[in-house]
Design a protein around this ligand. Structure first.
Ligand code: KIV
Length: 265
């Protein structure tokens, strides 16, 4: 077998090296080829084809209606043009309820969608699924904290890990998912101090959204960064298009601000 380099600049090894070198990781969501090309050119390290597409592309008020077909289609649109950024695709609601189902659906996102990693909303309940997928060669991003697919159970999009017991549970879930083989953790809407503790105690990159400035990287939903918010802007988001000459410059400013720790404040 000949040895050849992966054609992408950003690989999982590179992301792990960035964590080790304290180099911030800039991530954004994208759902189509045009925006993916802009993000790629602007130097985004990770593009996430998020199931947030259910809200910002399809117009629903949650992510739960997104299907595997939707995720494969949008992953294909993005992977066809993203030449540098590392590509993660979301496992949609109810697509990973057991190991067999998770394995089949994650395989489709990698083989058909062109993703390099899949993300699933996780707690300690998903440890065996994460372990099995990782052992089969599927890299996993475990999404902890606010898990939007649980919206009907949660009753609203609120901060998680606020009290001592839930903070302890979140910390322990992060540790066990990492031990199970997860290669990236994503923390959504958790207190800064808890995010910092999880980041300091993880050897894998921890990406935050609404989780303070001390994570290894930051992610936002693309539409929030360019001010397409239909009147609802999360408190932690920032419109980088305000003050930029075009979308490309806005994304470049976002990358620069994450890399220099200017965002989030
Ligand atoms: O689906 C998504 O876009 C996400 C981000 C909010 C991290 O999970």
């Amino acid at each position: 077998m000949s040895i050849h380099k992966l054609h992408k600049n950003i690989t999982l090894n590179r992301l792990h090296a960035m964590k080790a070198n304290n180099e911030k990781i800039a991530c954004l969501t994208a759902y189509d080829a045009s925006f993916a090309a802009i993000l790629d050119q602007a130097g985004i390290d990770i593009i996430l084809v998020g199931d947030s597409l259910g809200m910002v592309v399809q117009g629903h008020d949650s992510t739960v209606s997104v299907t595997m077909e939707d995720m494969i289609y949008h992953s294909q649109c993005v992977s066809s043009v993203a030449k540098n950024a590392f590509l993660i695709a979301d496992m949609p609601f109810m697509s990973y309820t057991n190991v067999e189902q998770a394995l089949a659906n994650a395989t489709d996102l990698i083989q058909l969608g062109g993703a390099q990693m899949v993300k699933l909303e996780a707690s300690s309940r998903q440890v065996s699924i994460v372990q099995e997928l990782c052992e089969c060669g599927i890299p996993i991003c475990a999404h902890l904290g606010l898990r939007p697919q649980y919206i009907h159970k949660l009753g609203g999009y609120a901060m998680q890990g606020n009290d001592e017991a839930s903070a302890k549970e979140l910390f322990e879930s992060a540790q066990s998912l990492q031990a199970a083989g997860a290669d990236i953790l994503l923390l959504e809407c958790v207190p800064d101090a808890l995010a910092q503790k999880i980041t300091q105690n993880s050897s894998i990159p921890v990406i935050g959204i609404g989780a303070g400035a001390n994570c290894d990287g930051q992610i936002l939903v693309l539409h929030d960064v360019i001010g397409i918010t239909h009147g609802v802007t999360p408190k932690f988001a920032k419109n980088f298009l305000a003050g930029a000459i075009d979308i490309q410059s806005a994304i470049e400013n976002y990358v620069q601000d994450v890399k220099s720790s200017k965002f989030p404040t």
